[in-house]
Design a protein around this ligand. Structure first.
Ligand SMILES: C[S@@+](CC[C@H](N)C(=O)[O-])C[C@H]1O[C@@H](n2cnc3c(N)ncnc32)[C@H](O)[C@@H]1O
Length: 308
């Protein structure tokens, strides 16, 4: 058993969203998402260093840069992106940050194909590998210098798990990241989390679990802290609910501006479902039912039991 496997401890981990649940959302088609995402097709909350303006392309690059800095990737030989979407981070790492080899994992076949073809010529001196693979199955042959995961943690725990169940999945994820990293390596994580459970209506949550993100549930901050603590020290944590509210507003405006082409691609029902999902999600951030965490974590040399 490799060091990675012995530290990962993923055997018997309860499942998160299945491949078919992920495909339900992401395989609506890359052409549809291209109509309303930014130039690089980043599908997660953007980041504004100054006022929340309409420059979505720049704000998405600023987000990629924040995580690249947080994971200290400059000149790294090997970086892993867990939940790589359409591959924007992989191209950014190899094209702008001197990373030698970037590996991305996704459960969506559409994304994997699109990311692999868009990344084929990202940089002459670097390589990009896109794998249609669950993080639970990932067994790298060599350690990574850094791991980044943006907007995927939301899918790791199924919605039928209780707090203990969620924490055991998250714990397995942090243990796996620790096992994949070299000594002193960093993990940069971005995830939506519940901030206030009380205010979501039953109809809203049914709409999300049945129609938008089946088999997925959100963490709360204490889940993340408890599950990561044995393996990682948290160095920076920022909460950017307003940034997600604004990102969702820009996505909704762009999708509605492309109503005709969108309906031609996916039909009126799917178009309406997405407009509703973007509008309802925005309300969740506005009311602070949800927030968006960006977290910079440093791998511990050995697991600690300080918090247990
Ligand atoms: C919201 S997208 C974010 C994509 C990208 N990080 C970005 O910011 O554009 C979530 C991604 O997580 C991936 N994902 C979800 N569960 C996963 C799992 N268990 N293993 C690997 N990837 C997973 C999905 O396939 C998808 O690529």
């Amino acid at each position: 058993m490799s060091g990675a496997e012995s530290r990962a401890g993923t055997a018997g981990t309860p499942a998160g969203a299945s491949r078919s649940a992920i495909e339900h959302h992401y395989d609506v088609g890359s052409d549809f998402y291209r109509l309303w995402l930014d130039r690089e097709m980043v599908y997660s909350c953007a980041l504004w260093d100054g006022p929340l303006d309409d420059g979505l392309d720049d704000a998405q690059v600023a987000k990629l840069a924040w995580h690249a800095d947080s994971a200290r990737v400059d000149g790294a030989a090997r970086v892993l992106d867990v939940g790589c979407g359409w591959g924007a981070m992989l191209r950014y790492l190899t094209g702008s940050r001197g990373v030698g080899h970037a590996t991305g994992l996704t459960l969506s076949a559409d994304q994997a194909a699109a990311a692999a073809s868009a990344s084929a010529s990202a940089s002459a001196s670097a390589s990009v590998e896109v794998r249609l693979e669950d993080w639970r199955e990932h067994r790298p042959e060599q350690p990574y210098d850094a791991v980044i995961s943006i907007g995927a943690f939301e899918h790791f725990a199924r919605n039928d798990l209780d707090t203990a169940g969620r924490r055991s999945v998250y714990s397995a994820f942090f243990a796996a990241c620790s096992g994949w990293l070299r000594a002193g390596g960093r993990l940069s994580l971005q995830t939506i989390a519940y901030e206030d459970f009380d205010t979501g209506s039953g109809t809203e949550s049914r709409f999300f679990t049945e129609e938008i993100f089946p088999e997925s549930s959100l963490p709360v901050l204490t889940d993340i802290v408890a599950a990561s603590d044995p393996w990682f020290g948290i160095e920076v944590l920022r909460s950017d609910a307003a940034h997600y509210e604004h990102t969702l507003e820009l996505w909704q405006r762009r999708l509605q501006a492309a109503e005709g082409p969108a309906i031609r691609l996916v039909g009126r029902d799917v178009y309406r479902r997405y407009v509703r999902y973007l509008r309802v999600s925005r309300g969740l951030f506005d009311r602070r039912v949800c927030t968006l965490y960006r977290i910079s974590l440093r791998r511990r040399a050995a697991p600690t039991r300080l918090g247990s």
